[in-house]
Design a protein around this ligand. Structure first.
Ligand code: HXC
Length: 258
C-alpha cells in the first residue's frame, strides 16, 4: 500500500503504520486520517495480518490535530463536515488489535489516537497531554472520555484543564500505558508484542478485544454475561481443539485462525 503521509508495510503477520509528516510533528489532518483508515481497511481484509502497530517518529507520535487546518473553521464547517467522526472513527471500529508505539509528543488528537488503540507502549521519551484548552477548544476525539477511564477523574481533569504534559513514568503509573521501554527499543518491543498476539488464534484475539472493550460499555453483570456467551462460542473453533491438544501433547500450538 502506498501513501503520502503515512507508511504502511507488513512485518510477518503484523501490519505497521508509521505516521510520516515529520515537519509538522505528524499533525493529524484529514489526509493523514484518511490514509490511516485506508491502511486499516487493507490490514483488516488481509487474513495474514493478526495485529497492527501504529507509530510516529522519535520526536513525535503526533502533536495533535492539524491546528492550521482547523484555525478558520466555522461551526458549520465542523458540524456539516462531521469533523473527526468521519475518518477518526475508523480506528475505533478496527476489530484486530492495535498497539500504539509512542515516542515523543502525543498531544491532543495524538494522545486521543493512541487511546483509541488497544495497548499503548511508550518510549521513555513519551509525553502525553490534552492541551486543547490553550487553543480555545476542548479535546474532541475522546480525550474527555477515554482519559478519565484510563487514568481516573483527578488526573484527567488536571491534564485537560491545565494543559500540562505527563511523562512516560507518570503515564505508566496512572495506567495509560502498559509498558515503558528505552526509546531505541520502542519499535522492536511493539513489533514483538504484536507478533506474539498475531501468533495466537485471530478469532480468539478478536473475541478478547471485543470482550475487554465491553467492560467499558456495560454493567459488570452484563459484561460477564457477554463474556460467558463469547467464551462458550470459542468451543466452536478448530483453534480451541488445536490449542488444548497442543497443551496435552506438550507441543507448540499451530493455530489456523479458524
Ligand atoms: C499543526 C503543528 C502542530 C499541530 C506542531 N506543529 N504541532 N502543526 N498542528 N498540532 C508544527 C509547528 O507549527 C512547526 O511547524 C513544527 O510542527 C515543529 O513544531 P515546533 O512548535 O517548532 O516544535 P517544538 O518547539 O519542539 O514544540 C513542540 C510542541 C509544539 C510542544 C509539540 O509544536 C506544540 O505545542 N504543538 C501543538 C500541540 C497542541 O496544541 N496539540 C493539540 C492540537 S488540537 P513550522 O512550519 O513552524 O516549522 C487537537 C484537537 C483534537 O489535537 C481534537 C480533534 C481531533
Amino acid at each position: 500500500m502506498s501513501f503520502e503521509l503515512i507508511i504502511a508495510e507488513t512485518r510477518g503477520r503484523v501490519g505497521l503504520i508509521t505516521l510520516n509528516r515529520p515537519k509538522a510533528l505528524n499533525a493529524l489532518n484529514d489526509q493523514v486520517m484518511d490514509e490511516i483508515g485506508a491502511a486499516l481497511d487493507g490490514f483488516e481484509a488481509d487474513d495474514n495480518i493478526g495485529a497492527i502497530v501504529i507509530t510516529g517518529s522519535e520526536k513525535a507520535f503526533a502533536a495533535g490535530a492539524d491546528i492550521g487546518a482547523m484555525a478558520s473553521f466555522s461551526y458549520m464547517d465542523a458540524y456539516k463536515g462531521d469533523y473527526i467522526s468521519r475518518n477518526w472513527e475508523r480506528v475505533k471500529t478496527c476489530r484486530k488489535p492495535i498497539i500504539a508505539a509512542v515516542a515523543g509528543f502525543a498531544l491532543g488528537g495524538g494522545c486521543e489516537l493512541a487511546m483509541m488503540c488497544d495497548i499503548i507502549i511508550a518510549a521513555d521519551s513519551a509525553k502525553f497531554g490534552q492541551p486543547e484548552v490553550k487553543l480555545g477548544i476542548l479535546p474532541g476525539a475522546g480525550g474527555t472520555q477515554r482519559l478519565p477511564r484510563a487514568v481516573g477523574k483527578a488526573k484527567a481533569m488536571d491534564l485537560c484543564l491545565t494543559a500540562r504534559f505527563m511523562d512516560a513514568t507518570e503515564a505508566e503509573k496512572a495506567g495509560l500505558v502498559s509498558r515503558v521501554v528505552p526509546a531505541d527499543t520502542l519499535l522492536d518491543e511493539a513489533l514483538a508484542a504484536a507478533e506474539t498476539i498475531a501468533g495466537f488464534s485471530l478469532p480468539v484475539v478478536m473475541m478478547i478485544k471485543e470482550s475487554v472493550n465491553r467492560a467499558f460499555e456495560s454493567s459488570l453483570n452484563e459484561g460477564l454475561l457477554f463474556e460467558r456467551r463469547v467464551f462458550h462460542s470459542a468451543f466452536a473453533l478448530n483453534d480451541q481443539k488445536e490449542g488444548m491438544a497442543a497443551f496435552v501433547e506438550k507441543r507448540k500450538a499451530n493455530f489456523r485462525h479458524d
